[in-house]
Design a protein around this ligand. Structure first.
Ligand code: PMP
Length: 461
């Protein structure tokens, strides 16, 4: 076989890809027919594809490349660590310096007494850890019946059996015999789609109080934990009404259950603070972390755990762990990433420069005839596309048809935005500068205009 490289014609790469590479979350027929976009390199906020297009990545990969692409320091940190100690595990009373240093650094950064880390290779793995961790915690305290974890419909917590079960995506549950036992769900705080005639404030309270009702229904002695993303990401960047989180916190405090904040997207600056829990003013017992922990340069995740839970777990042996828990190369890369975020004041940049600039422009998109709502927190935002702004109406076409059109127009205009149904979402690298934001908006408006023209022509509007 001839060597496969960036220099091969795109069509040949696409044909080999379609023949041999099984893609996550990709329709097979479409892949065969259209071919995958081949990304060859990236720098800052810009990707380059095999056709030489320069694309503004307003999704930071999968919400993860927080410090932007092409940072040599991370490559050097990986190279140094690979030469010094490419691998060793942290099982059976063994450790190594990168794992120690990263755990200690995370304990310093995390709020409250989240002073302990159990490492994993991804967000999904970390959430699998959380399921076993919280159930084992209650069992170790003599309450083995306390094992139900309450989550939310339309939450995303990963793709493993545990992660997808914690998630509330019905389409995922339908594949592979999910959910696993003892997971329960309440409704999401998605006012725009589900709030009806209620004010956002009333609706936020109503949705939060479903947690209390669910705890009462199941029995407090059966419930181990509640898990939620501070701001739902993959569900469509759903920013809860202001009344929601204070009420959830009150309910968690009033009942003897653990609060798990899934910070896989919100963590490491995305919302303008180190963690989304700080932006939403909540006090979780456990935080799931991944993605921005290494800015996606190396696969690493983990569970940040409070003193009380960690002490109970440490009293015995937790029969759990991954070959790559605390992988030294990934830990070294994550440490270097955290150094850059701090020393280059990237979170201050989000809070003081990028997010305010973006917020002003984002809000103005609500004037576009297709946009029913434009919401943003820090650097994660969403647009609801609608045929009737006043009524917050849905399109008559199958959900996602218009969103997909819009995403295709964005691609054609060298902008990566994602669609979730008929919502368009962004989460660019945190290092995005005002000049890039101007380009992002120029392309977004052009794509919205083209989508509008297309759906009118097709009778979808
Ligand atoms: N939790 C949340 C909130 C996520 O957004 C994701 C990934 N999008 C995950 C968990 C799963 O992370 P991973 O893909 O690294 O397994």
């Amino acid at each position: 076989m001839k060597p496969i490289s960036n220099h091969m014609p795109t069509a040949e790469l696409q044909a080999l890809d379609a023949a041999h590479h099984m893609h996550p979350f990709t329709a097979g027929a479409e892949l065969g027919a259209k071919g995958a976009r081949v990304i060859t390199q990236a720098s800052g906020v810009t990707l380059t594809d095999s056709e030489g297009n320069r694309i503004l990545d307003a999704m930071a990969g999968l919400w993860c490349v927080n410090i932007g692409y092409g940072r040599e320091e991370l490559a050097e940190a990986a190279s140094r660590q690979m030469k010094q100690l490419p691998y060793y595990n942290t099982f059976f009373q063994t450790t190594h310096v990168p794992a120690i240093a990263l755990a200690a650094r995370l304990a310093e950064l995390a709020p409250g007494d989240l002073n302990h880390v159990f490492f994993a290779g991804s967000g999904s793995e970390a959430n699998d850890t959380n399921i076993r961790l919280v159930r084992h915690y209650w069992a170790a305290k003599g309450k083995p019946e306390k094992k139900v974890i309450i989550s939310r419909w339309n939450a995303y917590h990963g793709s493993t059996m545990g992660g997808a079960s914690l998630g509330g995506m019905k389409g995922m549950h339908a594949q592979g015999g999910l959910p696993i036992p003892d997971i329960a769900y309440i409704d999401q705080p998605h006012w725009y789609a589900e709030g009806g005639d209620m004010s956002p404030e009333e609706f936020g309270l109503e949705r939060a109080r479903q947690l209390e009702a669910k705890i009462a229904e199941l029995g407090e002695d059966k419930v181990a934990a509640f898990i939620a993303e501070p701001v739902q990401g993959a569900g469509g960047v759903i920013i809860p009404p202001e009344t929601y989180w204070p009420e959830i916190q009150r309910i968690c405090d009033a009942h003897d259950i653990l609060l798990i904040a899934d910070e896989v997207i919100c963590g490491f600056g995305r919302t303008g603070n180190w963690f989304g829990s700080q932006t939403m003013n909540i006090r979780p017992h456990i935080m799931t972390i991944a993605k921005g922990l290494s800015s996606g340069y190396a696969p690493i995740g983990g569970s940040l755990v409070c003193d009380e839970v960690a002490e109970v777990i440490a009293a015995g042996e937790f029969a759990h762990g991954y070959t790559y828990s605390g992988h030294p190369v990934c830990a070294a890369v994550a440490l270097e990433n955290l150094r850059i975020i701090e020393e280059e004041k990237i979170i201050e940049h989000v809070r003081e420069v990028a997010a305010p600039y973006m917020a002003e422009k984002w809000a103005a998109l609500a004037d576009h005839p297709l946009v029913g709502e434009a919401r943003i927190v820090g650097l994660m935002g969403s647009l609801a596309l609608t045929p009737d702004k006043g009524a917050r109406a849905k399109f008559a076409s199958e959900a996602g048809t218009v969103g997909l059109h819009c995403r295709d127009r964005c691609f054609a205009n060298n902008l990566i935005m994602r669609h979730v149904g008929d919502r368009m979402i962004i989460a660019p690298p945190l290092v995005i500068q005002p000049a890039d934001i101007d380009i992002l908006f120029e392309r977004a408006v052009k794509s919205l205009d083209e989508t509008f023209a297309k759906i009118k022509a097709e009778g979808l509007y």
